[in-house]
Design a protein around this ligand. Structure first.
Ligand SMILES: [Ca+2]
Ligand SMILES: [Ca+2]
Ligand SMILES: [Ca+2]
Length: 202
């Protein structure tokens, strides 16, 4: 969760202010899917002494933007993918231009948009703190100023002495239910955090 929040905070990061075309930013803002780009890498090949230590393009300059989207970590998708023959979901981070798909957690509830089952849920707010209708598309993507993430993880093993009758809401006001009572034997924990995306709409 910490890593996801940290990365989303950098969505649209464009340090070179070229401006880049297309501009880095949020590409997909759906209830359960978030995809974004940011220029956070490539400084090791940009012929610029980014850290001003007198040497151009050392390996440790890789963490500087280079005015292009094309490296590892620069285009990321977060979502839950249903798996396990319909028995569990995987929380995935897809580093589209670099490392590929990584499973961050292997045992979430399933996503079912038909019944509003969203173990991973995003709420998008504009500069006035007003919720933007999902999916946020087109020019409205530039209006996003903060993203609220709700993530529900369930324990890997069941406890048959326990029945989970709890329903979960996201942090929106008024709240939206993001997981119905599962009435199963898994303990669950919900994490909610709201992240400002300071580089969108600049
Ligand atoms: Ca780059
Ligand atoms: Ca240097
Ligand atoms: Ca460099």
């Amino acid at each position: 969760m910490h890593r996801m929040a940290k990365e989303i905070r950098l969505a649209g990061f464009d340090p070179m202010k070229d401006p880049l075309t297309p501009k880095p930013g949020i590409l997909r803002a759906q209830d359960t899917v978030l995809e974004f780009t940011s220029d956070i890498a490539g400084g090791d090949t940009d012929l610029i002494d980014n850290d001003e230590d007198g040497t151009v393009n050392e390996a440790d300059e890789a963490k500087y933007g280079n005015g292009a989207i094309g490296g590892a970590g620069e285009r990321i998708v977060y979502q839950i993918v249903n798996d396990g023959g319909g028995t569990f979901g995987r929380l995935q981070r897809d580093d589209v231009l670099g490392g590929g798909v990584e499973n961050l957690y292997e045992n979430t509830d399933l996503v079912d948009l038909g019944t509003n089952e969203m173990p991973l849920n995003f709420v998008y707010y504009d500069e006035d703190g007003v919720v933007l209708p999902t999916p946020v598309v087109g020019a409205a993507l530039e209006d996003i100023r903060s993203v609220e993430i709700s993530l529900i993880l369930r324990a890997v093993n069941e406890d048959f002495t326990y029945t989970n009758t709890r329903t979960f809401n996201n942090g929106e006001f008024p709240p939206t239910q993001v997981l119905s009572a599962q009435n199963d034997n898994f303990y669950r924990r919900q994490y909610i955090t709201r992240v400002n995306v300071r580089n969108i709409g600049l």
